[in-house]
Write a protein that binds this ligand. Structure first.
Ligand code: AMP
Ligand code: ZN
Ligand code: FE
Ligand code: FE
Length: 276
C-alpha cells in the first residue's frame, strides 16, 4: 500500500486563556521548538489568543490556523464543537462567545457553593488562584480540590466531585451543538466534532451532520487505538473532513510536547477547506 507523507500536527491546544497550563507565549515557544507542520490553539469558548496575542502567531504564517472549542449541551451530555478558520474580530461568533467569561465564573460559583454544601472545604478564591485570569473551567476547580486535599488527583476530583454525574455538576453552557455548528459555518469557519468518543458524542454524529457539521477529530489522545480507524471510516462515509489533536493542556509525562502524526492525504480535505 502506498502511503502519503506523514505530517506532525496538533489542531487542539489550550492556553491559560482557558484551562491550559502554559501561557500563550510559553505554548507558542514550545510549538516553535517542536516544529509542527500545522497547529491550532483552540481555547474553550474564547478567541482571546487571536484577539489579544495574534502577533505571536505571525511567524508561523499559514501553519497557524485559528480555532476555538465551543462548549455545548445536548441530551444530558456535554459536547465540544471546534471552530477553525473563523475570521478574527471582536464580534466573531457573537451570541456563542459573548459573555462566556462571566457565565463561566457564575457557574464556578454555583459548583463551589454545591461543594461547600456537601462539606467540601473550598472557596472561590482557591479556584481563581488556579486560573490565568481567563475563562474558569472545571480543571481549575479540580486543581483547587487537589491542593486543598479534598481530592487525591485530578481524575479523583472529576470522579467524586465535579464530573457530569456528580451532584455538584453544573453544565457550562445551554447552547446546543446545532447552534454552535450553525454559527461557525455562518462566518465561514469549519465546524468539527471534538474527541467524539467522550460522553458518547459519537452516538449523535448523524444529527450533527444534519445540523451542518463539516468534520470530525479522528485522531485524539482521548481515543483508544482502534477508535481512529472506525472514526476515519465514519468520516469518509459522511463526507466529513478529518482532524487530529492531542487536546494539549500543557506538558505531561506521557505527552511532554504537543503534536501527533497523520497521513498528509487524510488531512488534505481539512486543509483545503480551512486554507482557502
Ligand atoms: P468545563 O469546560 O469547565 O466543563 O471543563 C471541561 C474540561 O475539563 C475538559 O475540556 C477537560 O479539559 C477537563 N476534563 C473533563 N473531564 C475530565 C476528567 N475526567 N479528567 C480530567 N480532566 C477532565
Ligand atoms: Zn480544557
Ligand atoms: Fe474538549
Ligand atoms: Fe480541549
Amino acid at each position: 500500500m502506498s502511503r502519503s507523507p506523514s505530517l506532525t500536527v496538533d489542531l487542539h491546544m489550550h492556553t491559560t486563556i482557558s484551562d491550559g497550563r502554559l501561557a500563550p507565549s510559553e505554548l507558542v515557544d514550545l510549538i516553535a521548538a517542536t516544529g509542527l507542520d500545522y497547529f491550532s490553539i483552540a481555547d474553550h469558548d474564547t478567541l482571546g489568543m487571536y484577539l489579544q496575542h495574534g502577533e505571536m502567531l505571525e511567524r508561523f504564517g499559514r501553519r497557524a490556523i485559528s480555532g476555538v472549542e465551543v462548549s455545548t449541551f445536548a441530551q444530558g451530555r456535554e459536547l465540544h464543537i471546534l471552530g477553525y478558520g473563523v475570521p478574527i474580530g471582536p464580534a466573531t461568533l457573537d451570541g456563542v462567545l459573548t459573555d462566556r467569561k462571566s457565565v463561566r465564573r457564575e457557574r464556578a460559583v454555583q459548583i463551589v457553593t454545591k461543594l461547600q454544601e456537601q462539606g467540601v472545604r473550598i472557596s472561590m478564591d482557591d479556584v481563581v488562584r488556579q486560573t490565568g485570569g481567563g475563562m474558569i473551567g472545571r480543571p481549575h476547580i479540580a486543581r483547587a480540590l487537589v491542593e486543598s486535599g479534598a481530592a487525591r488527583d485530578i481524575s479523583d476530583a472529576f470522579e467524586r466531585h465535579i464530573g457530569s454525574s456528580c451532584a455538584a455538576f453544573v453544565p457550562s453552557s445551554t447552547l446546543t451543538p446545532a447552534e454552535a455548528i450553525a454559527a461557525i459555518n455562518a462566518c465561514g469557519g469549519v465546524s468539527v466534532l471534538a474527541h467524539p468518543t467522550r460522553n458518547a458524542a459519537e452516538e449523535l454524529l448523524d444529527s450533527l451532520v444534519d445540523a451542518g457539521l463539516r468534520g470530525i477529530e479522528v485522531w485524539s489522545t482521548s481515543h483508544l487505538p482502534h477508535d481512529a480507524a472506525r472514526l476515519r471510516t465514519k468520516a469518509r462515509e459522511r463526507n466529513l473532513v478529518m482532524t487530529a489533536g492531542t487536546d494539549f493542556h500543557g506538558p505531561t509525562e506521557a505527552n511532554p510536547r504537543p503534536g501527533t502524526s497523520v497521513d498528509a492525504e487524510d488531512l488534505q480535505g481539512f486543509l483545503d477547506l480551512v486554507l482557502r
